[in-house]
Design a binder for this molecule. Structure first.
Ligand code: NDP
Length: 289
């Protein structure tokens, strides 16, 4: 079993980005600038955006957090987006999800300028991805294919089950892996809560991408020998032995599945760090235009 070390791979990517930034500085050019927008006080969201801004600063980008009150109106947020779209010093921005219920997330998404949409969620970017055109790829799926590439895992002709069909993880990942690309050409099944005979599908899979948000959902009995496991899930489970009272686990029962796997990502330290690294890469690509 080989551990897919997302932390180390992400560090390598971040080091390369940092070198590009140094080069820009040497040439007297401005550095890439990413803005994170957060509405409300969701603790998990606040910690995500803070780690994104911190990662930007570590590679030498300009980055700041615009933190708006929970009762910010949709109109005010749309106004801010208009400003960000036209501000030539901003290369990319993210509007952290989930948004408060009184704000229509789709309206916000559609207002983002596609060339500044470093999350890759805008329909223009998602459409290009589907058509196998060059575009901004959502950070988590981008992280998954980058990790697969980094470890030279063959996807051509393989049977892949992507568990979970969200717009930000499962669906774009399933599209990417089915494209006619070096990391694609797989035969992909996109499974969800209405999927029948999931156990059978999983047992036949050469590669499983688990993104459902259910702790330890995939067990050893569900996978075949030699399977490749990419565990996207980040779930909190109570753990009295930890100071904070919980620990993070994936959607896969790592301890029992790992001995059967040829490759497997740990949680934490797998897809999570890759997501941040690819967000930085997307920002650099948006800067370059
Ligand atoms: P969503 O909640 O948006 O989607 C979950 C998906 O899982 C849905 O498609 C749902 O099906 C499916 N599902 C739920 N239960 C089952 C089941 N019993 N069997 C089969 N399918 C099921 O999740 P996200 O994609 O946003 O996130 C998934 C996980 O990945 C979470 O733990 C999240 O924290 C983590 N995550 C990690 C990231 C990282 O950087 N590592 C980044 C983003 C997310 P249906 O559509 O039918 O409801």
């Amino acid at each position: 079993m080989i551990l897919l070390d997302g932390k180390a791979t992400a560090l390598q990517i971040k080091t390369e980005i940092k070198e590009s930034v140094e080069q820009l500085k040497t040439e007297g050019k401005r550095v890439p600038n990413l803005i994170a927008v957060l509405v409300g006080e969701n603790t998990a969201s606040l910690s995500y955006v803070k780690s994104k801004v911190k990662a930007c600063n570590m590679v030498g980008f300009d980055s700041s957090l615009i933190h708006l009150d929970a009762d910010t109106t949709e109109a005010v947020l749309l106004d801010l987006i208009k400003q960000l779209n036209t501000d030539s010093t901003v290369d990319g921005y993210i509007v952290q999800l989930p948004l408060p219920k009184h704000i229509d997330a789709n309206k916000i998404l559609l207002a983002v300028a596609p060339e500044k949409d470093v999350d890759g969620f805008h329909p223009v970017n998602m459409g290009k991805l589907t058509l196998n055109l060059e575009t901004i790829i959502p950070a988590t799926p981008y992280g998954i294919i980058t990790l697969i590439k980094a470890y030279g895992i063959e996807t051509k002709g393989k049977r892949v089950v992507v568990l979970g069909r969200s717009n930000i993880v499962g669906r774009p990942t399933s599209i990417l892996l089915s494209l006619n690309k070096p990391y694609g050409n797989a035969t992909v099944t996109l499974a969800h809560s209405k999927t029948k005979n999931l156990d059978k599908l999983l047992l036949e899979a050469d590669i499983i991408i688990a993104a459902i948000g259910k702790p330890h959902f995939v067990t050893a009995a569900m996978v075949k020998e030699g399977v490749v496991i990419i565990d996207v899930g980040i779930n909190r489970v109570e753990d009295a032995s930890r100071k904070r009272g919980y620990r993070l686990v994936g959607d896969v029962a790592f301890d029992t599945v790992a001995p059967k796997a040829s490759y497997i990502t740990p949680v934490p330290g797998g897809v999570g760090p890759m997501t941040i690294a690819m967000l930085l890469k997307n920002t650099l690509l948006a800067y370059k235009g």
